[in-house]
Design a protein around this ligand. Structure first.
Ligand code: P1T
Length: 379
């Protein structure tokens, strides 16, 4: 099955009792058992829920994986992965990554004896240089949030597979429509499904996909034992959103390109971060491992004062100022005070994230209106 067909049909069957084409929202906490030990595979909704089961199968199919697991948020999915580790284990993570991922590693799991080293993984040789006998997990975001760096998954995957280290790839920015990290040696793919997968800014949900049965078993144990599961209503919303993922992504990519090319030529812009520009330092790797370049565009102004960046962000009429990304609506975010505020400024600057960086999630509105909004806001 090709992607668009899987997005709509994978894991989904007409409801056996009514023929309903849409997966029912099984809004139930428990299931009546016919006798002790006699049930239909469902006992309690923290452990299994039929709406969630359908979603999990659908998510696995999108990543060409065998197993999918859904969590209450992207962060709950990150939390479950980190619980695979033991005190004394070490993590190597991209130095440019979502602030919440940095926060859970440095402010939560460090207290439980997990040490994370933040490394520039856009050069795979840096990974080799930082591996020790304690390294158990490599955490990669690609493209990264918010600087749109691209990590060579094949090169990183070759190293982690040879050394027996878990490779986890946060595929939130690319989505499975543009990139499938399992194909390059990732052991686990993670998504904040809150973003493009849901696509309508109406649900918070996280996902993990793996081909390895041992990891599926451990992660399913953690999912049930720790309990950060999404409710059936949220699973339904995500299933519905995914049905149009491929159509939305084509428009996000098209609009992303138009916005990036417009900004790249604009006299007031200093730098545009968009992986589809041939001048992007990782453009060639992006071409190799991705099918298109997405709708996330960051930029800085030539006038590098914070108040100037704030003025532009507050001038927008269509790009709404807010956290999150990947919805049909265009959003504008100030990473330094919003999504990445939990990373200390010194650390942010070291990875190249300036306080004046503006991040756009280019939505699927009419492109003429989006370019007009940019023109007016920069004016
Ligand atoms: O928000 P949540 O669903 O818990 O997902 C966390 C998360 C994980 N990974 C990446 C790459 C992310 O971008 C996020 C959430 N990011 C935002 C809210 C944001 O605006 O960048």
């Amino acid at each position: 099955m090709k992607f668009g067909t899987k997005a709509i049909h994978a894991g989904v069957q007409p409801d056996p009792s009514t023929g309903a084409i849409m997966t029912p929202i099984y809004q139930t906490s428990t299931y009546v058992q016919e006798g002790i030990g006699k049930h239909k595979g469902y006992e309690y909704s923290r452990t299994h829920n039929p709406t969630r089961t359908v979603l999990q199968e659908n998510l696995a199919a999108l990543e060409n994986g065998r197993y999918g697991l859904a969590f209450a948020s992207g962060m709950a999915a990150v939390d479950a992965v980190l619980k695979l580790l033991r005190p004394g284990d070490e993590i190597i993570a991209s130095n440019d990554l979502y602030g919440g991922t940095y926060r859970i590693m440095s402010r939560v799991f460090q207290n439980f004896g997990l040490l994370t080293h933040y490394v520039d993984l856009s050069d795979a040789q840096n990974l080799r240089a930082h591996i020790t006998e304690k390294t158990r997990l490599v955490w990669v975001e690609t493209p990264t949030n918010p600087l749109l760096n691209v990590v060579d998954l094949e090169a990183i995957g070759r190293i982690t597979q040879k050394q027996g280290i878990l490779l986890v790839v946060d595929n939130t920015f690319a989505t499975p429509y543009l990139q499938n990290p399992l194909q390059w040696g990732a052991d686990i793919v993670m998504h904040s499904a809150t973003k493009y997968l849901g696509g309508h800014s109406d649900v918070v949900l996280g996902a993990l996909i793996t081909n390895r049965e041992d990891l599926r078993d451990q992660l399913a144990f953690i999912q049930n034992a720790c309990g950060a599961v999404p409710g059936p209503q949220d699973c339904f919303l995500l299933l519905r959103g995914i049905k149009t993922l491929h159509v939305r992504m084509d428009r996000h990519c098209e609009n992303g390109r138009a916005v990036a090319e417009y900004l790249d030529k604009h006299p007031q812009i200093q730098k545009v971060y968009w992986i589809g520009l041939p001048s992007h330092p990782n453009h060639k790797i992006a071409r190799k491992q991705m099918r298109n370049f997405g709708g996330m565009v960051s930029f800085t102004l030539k006038d590098d004062r914070l108040e100037s960046a704030i003025r532009v962000m507050e001038n927008f009429k269509i790009f709404a100022l807010g956290e999150s990304l990947g919805g049909v609506e265009s959003l504008c975010t100030h990473p330094a005070t919003m999504t990445h505020a939990s990373i200390p400024q010194e650390q942010r600057l070291k990875s190249g994230l300036r306080d004046t960086l503006i991040r756009l999630s280019v939505g699927i509105e009419d492109i003429d209106d989006l370019l007009g909004d940019l023109e007016d806001a920069l004016g």
